[in-house]
Design a protein around this ligand. Structure first.
Ligand code: F6P
Length: 539
């Protein structure tokens, strides 16, 4: 059991961040780390040398090194599901043998990647066509959760490299989602990629059935199967749906849904950017794996990012963290990280079956800068709650002709973390109000509204430019961060039992929403009232 008491004591005595900078001219260098072109700066937090040492000790006591080795070796660390956790094998296709059950999985990884590559090359070159011979111009990825968020985030992030078909995403069971996408595509030139690890997820199967029905109505029943590919571990079910085996891309159950972007679940990304760029994305992830495995904890980005998270969430008690990419094309990163972090570490029971005695994963939220500045940053700067912020930015953009925009973007990113840390005192606010012509009680009243408490922590991750390799590094960095936090908290980051109850109840409630159905006995009063309202307002 890790000992948290020393950290609690240090937290109670922590010094203001600005004072730490004043006391140590080399603080920025001392409280940052680099990995293959990335710079992670955590100097704008209250972590000092003693706190860092205690945090590192916490990770040691939790057995991080052994747990990390177990994960990479293919041990069944997802204990509640009895599975290995080997998404790292997907991004290291040329790596040595990995043998979760005594058999090397790497030949299968290479075969799956080669099949994806062949298919992507054929489709992108026009050798694979729709049944009528039309070239595929649109790809619609139908999936949800890990079968949607990763590919959608990455396709958006790497859009400057998108030289293949236009890729669309349908996830929500809300008919509006598929209706809106279908209105934008030419069915005769569209491939639907149904992505579902289980191939039972209601949203995905409902959307896939709707796509098939639309295809059959528009192009005929014989043509429909030719417009489908599937990504799944459940090949009997893909066959039942009518998807020809040559367009089914399988993967093993040792890849968790929210960690699956690196393999066949990334097919729509590969179709968009091509196999070479996809390989660069994998290489970025593999580079972060090497860094995570081989770099000492004091300079290890995933470890340090995790420790800042533990410090802010579990020790300082800040319940949420904001992810703030100053990169418009990372606008889906907060949603992606919500699943990665909250589905992984939103648990209350420890690996050994006992209750966890502290708060586990924080609430993760955020938005691309600078948009957030004109929305919720008010609360970040002056709200009564402290929200640790995680800034991300690229030194360069993809629009050399718009370099002025990028300068402004970066200036804003740097200014925000500086403003959060420095704040503005009442004296300074008074001085500024006086300079603006205020005096007396009005000056005093106004000045108080213009005080910024400061001492608000943030970390910043800088990268050269948002290229495929860099995106791979970033995604793998966050994956390992979640892993390290999970190890320290003593929970299983790789199951997700918490999503099941609501799904079961939805299945039970759906018949009550059928036309003409009136029975709701046995439901609670609120649910009965909500059902009555819906029935009363349907035409
Ligand atoms: O509802 C949770 C979940 O199981 C996620 O973990 C997963 O990413 C998503 O649903 C989709 O699952 P599948 O790929 O099996 O359709």
């Amino acid at each position: 059991m890790p000992d948290w008491s020393e950290l609690k004591r240090l937290a109670a005595a922590r010094r203001p961040i600005a004072a730490l900078f004043a006391a140590d001219p080399d603080r920025a260098a001392g409280f940052s780390a680099r990995a293959d072109g990335l710079l992670f700066d955590y100097s704008k937090t209250a972590i000092d040398a003693d706190i860092r040492a205690a945090l590192l000790d916490l990770a040691r006591q939790a057995g991080l090194a052994a747990r990390r080795a177990a994960m990479f070796s293919g041990a069944p660390i997802n204990e509640t599901e009895g599975r290995a956790v080997l998404h790292t094998a997907l991004r290291n296709p040329e790596g040595g043998p990995v043998e979760p059950d005594g058999a090397d999985v790497m030949p299968g990884v290479r075969r799956a990647l080669a099949r994806m590559r062949d298919f992507a090359c054929d489709l992108r070159a026009g050798r694979f066509t729709a049944p009528g011979g039309a070239r595929i111009r649109h790809v619609v990825n139908i999936g949800i959760g890990g079968s949607d968020l990763g590919p959608a985030m990455a396709v958006r992030a790497l859009s400057p490299y998108g030289d293949g078909p236009e890729v669309h995403f349908v996830s929500n069971v809300d008919g509006a989602h598929i209706a809106d996408v279908l209105a934008r595509v030419d069915l005769a030139r569209t491939l639907f990629v149904v992505v579902s690890k289980s191939f039972t997820t209601v949203e995905t199967m409902t959307n896939a059935a709707t796509a098939r029905a639309r295809l059959e109505a528009a192009l005929g029943a014989e043509a429909a199967p030719g417009h489908f590919a599937a990504v799944s571990t459940a090949q009997a079910r893909t066959a039942e749906f009518g998807i020809p085996p040559e367009r089914v891309f399988g993967f093993a159950d040792w890849v968790g849904g929210r960690y699956s972007l690196w393999g066949p679940v990334g097919l729509s990304l590969m179709l968009a950017i091509g196999p070479e760029r996809f390989a660069e994305f994998l290489a970025g992830g593999a580079s972060m794996d090497t860094h995570f495995r081989e770099t000492s904890a004091e300079r290890n980005l995933p470890v340090l990012l995790a420790l800042t998270g533990i410090w802010h969430n579990q020790i300082c008690g800040h319940a949420t963290r904001a992810v703030l990419p100053y990169e418009q094309r990372l606008e889906l990163l907060p949603a992606y990280l919500q699943q990665l972090e909250m589905e992984s570490n939103g648990k209350s029971v420890a690996m050994d079956g006992n209750p966890v005695r502290r708060d586990t994963g924080p609430v993760v939220w955020g938005q691309a800068g600078t948009n957030g500045q004109h929305a919720f940053y008010q609360l970040l700067h002056q709200g009564s709650r402290v929200v640790p912020c995680e800034f991300l930015a690229g030194a360069e953009g993809h629009e050399p002709d718009l370099a002025g925009h990028h300068r402004l973007l970066l200036a804003n990113c740097l200014a925000q973390s500086q403003a959060l840390m420095q704040g503005r005192s009442l004296e300074e606010a008074r001085r500024r109000m006086a300079a603006a012509g205020y005096e007396g009680t009005e000056l005093e009243r106004q000045a108080r509204h213009r005080v910024f408490p400061g001492d608000r922590p943030s970390v910043t991750l800088l990268y050269p430019r948002l290229a495929p390799f860099v995106l791979g590094q970033i995604v793998a960095l966050y994956e390992h961060r979640v892993f390290v936090e999970g190890v320290i908290l003593g929970i299983n980051s790789f199951d997700q039992w918490g999503v099941e109850l609501g799904k079961e109840m939805a299945t039970a409630l759906e018949p009550l929403l059928e036309d003409g159905e009136t029975g709701a006995e046995g439901q609670d009063g609120s649910t009965r009232q909500l059902l009555d309202y819906i029935r009363g307002h349907r035409s």
